[in-house]
Design a protein around this ligand. Structure first.
Ligand code: SF4
Length: 94
């Protein structure tokens, strides 16, 4: 396993995060925590995940909890599931 998260396809335990543009206030905490995966657009001051990057799920979840405006959520996990799918599955199992 490598620490280089650029240009890799999703592996088990890796995740992509999604930024809610309406909630992001551009503080840049995510970029500070994961400079190789997150960037704040200079013009719009809105963060996004850099194309082609993934993070280990644990680190992606840390971004979710550390974002001061709750703008970050988990997107794809292991290349197939979205948090919405997970919620749906959980609901179906109840
Ligand atoms: S930490 Fe949250 S509010 Fe700050 S730039 Fe990143 S997504 Fe936006």
């Amino acid at each position: 396993m490598t620490n280089d998260t650029k240009g890799e396809s999703l592996e088990p335990g890796n995740a992509r995060v999604v930024v809610d543009q309406d909630k992001c206030v551009g503080v840049g905490k995510c970029e500070m925590l994961e400079p190789e995966a997150m960037e704040v657009d200079e013009d719009t001051a809105i963060a996004s995940m850099i194309e082609g990057t993934v993070l280990p799920l644990e680190r992606a979840q840390k971004l979710v909890t550390e974002c001061p405006s709750s703008a970050i959520s988990i997107g794809d996990i292991e290349g197939s599931q979205t948090s919405q799918n997970v919620e749906q599955q959980n609901a179906e199992e109840r």
